[in-house]
Design a protein around this ligand. Sequence first.
Ligand SMILES: [Zn+2]
Length: 113
Amino acid sequence: MHEMSICESILSVIERQAAAQEFSRVRRVRLEIGPLAGVELQALRFSFDVVTRDSIAEGAALEIIDMPITAWCMPCARSVEVRQRYDACPRCGSHQVQITGGEELRIKDMEVD
Ligand SMILES: [Zn+2]
């Protein structure tokens, strides 16, 4: 399950920050995840609980912030929001759009003690 390895890297980021900033307990982790990141949220939550067991993030609440899929429309020369990868521009209907966001998978912030 690839969510497991995602959570392992999240935990190693947390542990590195814990060492640098000298906190000993993580209460809450907020993740920004785009729809194109290819992450199964239910599997991610499950993996997070498993991976953080006996770590400083054990029992931490996992909050997921859904990111929009954004694209740059060439005819409109502006950024627009689309619903999936090969959607046309919602403003002008053009297919000359390039995905610019929606693949995020990152820690936004965390609440620590
Ligand atoms: Zn457009």
